[in-house]
Design a protein around this ligand. Sequence first.
Ligand code: THU
Length: 140
Amino acid sequence: MLQPILDECWEPLRQAATAALDCAYAPYSNFRVGAAARLADGSIVSGCNVENASYGLSLCAECTMVGAARMNGGGLITEFYCVDAQGGILMPCGRCRQLLYEFSTADTRLMTTSGVKSMAEVLPDAFGPQDLTRIELERP
Ligand code: THU
């Protein structure tokens, strides 16, 4: 009973993330990544990693996905799914957890290698917009 509901939620994201792999540009690491998210309005956005000859400038799949989200009207992320070239679930790197956090809520869910998790579980005590507000309020 629960499985069809789970599939309805996650399967479109898994498919979008897997499709995004085809756009990946990863000649240096040879490690293609696809990411997808559902936004609050129900739309799905995706992204792929785009590497660079100046290795450190490479963009993670989450990076281009967040850009795509903004270019398609923006909105908060309700669910997120990331895959490697074999279609296996991939954990977002630390920097990308921070990127995702910016557009997440307490209800945002991520598919992880250890099941569905909240943003707070994958990035506890996150620094975010709320901290900037606090600093501003505390300024004399
Ligand atoms: N990569 C991502 O796209 N997302 C992650 O969360 C982890 C790493 C990419 C960056 C690089 O192009 C390749 O994977 C190998 O690190």
